[in-house]
Design a protein around this ligand. Structure first.
Ligand code: NAG
Ligand code: NAG
Ligand code: NAG
Length: 311
């Protein structure tokens, strides 16, 4: 028979999700976003001279290796898979809440796993701050990218370079009195919904879309964070529609499809710091990047897998 003390210990340790550091840059490099590769590497976009890194998560001592500095960019943001080991990456010249020369690059490792073919797939001179980006599950060479300053979603064909404003809504912008003018931040497409966070409005929401993202429905808010000192950053959605959302106050929130939210990791300021993006790997772990330059991992609930709509 177990004593009450052991039961209490078991209960408290069940609540604490263990966090393990996978890799640290030795200097403070802002990692902004990430994407898993089929070979078990994690691609890292950074604010450091437009540099893209790849991190072998299966190595005994994973070390980020520079893939390339994307030409003409000083900072990289959203990244998404558009074909087998081929990615679209947002890059631009970073100013103060304004990027110049916003570009969608393609980074194609399919013929050479270490030396990818890098192209400028589309230039968006009228974009101001592209942030999250996701490929359409049924048309993966087409991506949606949110503009956090203009409050809209661009639809970009990475094959032709053609792009247009696909959807515009107040719930994608930052209110004019926002202290930090960043609206739509993270963006993912799962099935026939585009999910997004809006940092200034503290919301996590979804919009129904057609397969080709030519038609958008109305924005449906799933959860609102009632705080003036916190917000939602990038996130990932699992196969049950459960989201793991970065919060700058050193937390990862878990949001159920019905909108209920709880802190999954962090919250005491010590376990994780400055989360910027989260990925769900097939080993049962989430991999989280930080603005401080580290990648950490923590266990997800048993059976958690990436939503199949996400590529
Ligand atoms: C990464 O850096 C943090 C903070 O500087 C430190 O606590 C941790 O031990 C480092 N981990 C690795 C694997 O270098
Ligand atoms: C944008 O690109 C053009 C052409 O390559 C270059 O001349 C210009 O300096 C760039 N703008 C910024 C702000 O770097
Ligand atoms: C901005 O204005 C709205 C509406 O008047 C108000 O509810 C909100 O508190 C204001 N936010 C800030 C950061 O001042």
């Amino acid at each position: 028979m177990r004593s009450p003390i052991l039961l209490a210990l078991a209960a408290s340790s069940a609540l604490a999700v263990q966090v393990t550091t996978v890799f640290n840059f030795t200097s403070a490099i802002d990692i902004e976003n990430s994407e898993l590769r089929t070979n078990g590497h994690l691609l890292l976009t950074t604010f450091e001279k437009g540099q893209l890194y790849t991190l072998d998560l299966n190595a005994a001592d994973p070390q980020a290796e520079l893939v390339a500095a994307l030409p003409g960019a000083t900072a990289l943001c959203g990244i998404t898979t558009i074909a087998e080991d081929k990615y679209a990456v947002i890059g631009g010249v970073r100013g103060s809440y304004h990027y110049y020369n916003e570009t969608i690059y393609t980074v194609d490792f399919s013929k050479d796993a270490t030396n990818p073919v890098i192209l400028k797939a589309a230039r968006l001179p009228d974009a101001i701050m592209l942030n999250g980006m996701a490929a359409l599950p049924k048309l993966p060479h087409v991506v949606l990218a949110g503009d956090a300053r203009r409050g809209l979603i661009f639809r970009i064909d990475t094959t032709t370079g053609a792009y247009k404003v696909a959807f515009e809504d107040e719930l994608l912008n930052a209110p004019s009195n926002a202290s930090i003018p960043i609206g739509v931040n993270g963006l993912k497409v799962v099935g026939n919904n585009v999910y997004f966070t809006n940092s200034a409005r503290n919301i996590y929401a979804k919009i129904p879309i057609s397969d080709d993202a030519e038609t958008f429905g109305d924005v449906q808010i799933i959860n609102t964070l009632d705080s003036t000192t916190d917000d939602f950053d990038d996130f990932i959605v699992d196969s049950n529609g459960v989201a793991y959302v970065s919060q700058p106050t050193n937390k990862i929130a878990q949001i159920q499809p019905d909108g209920s939210r709880k802190v999954y990791v962090g919250g005491d300021g010590s376990k994780i710091s400055s989360p910027t993006s989260v990925q769900i790997a097939s080993d049962g772990y989430a991999y989280m990047t930080s603005g401080g330059g580290s990648v950490v991992k923590f266990k997800l609930p048993p059976g958690t897998t990436l939503a199949s709509g996400e590529v």
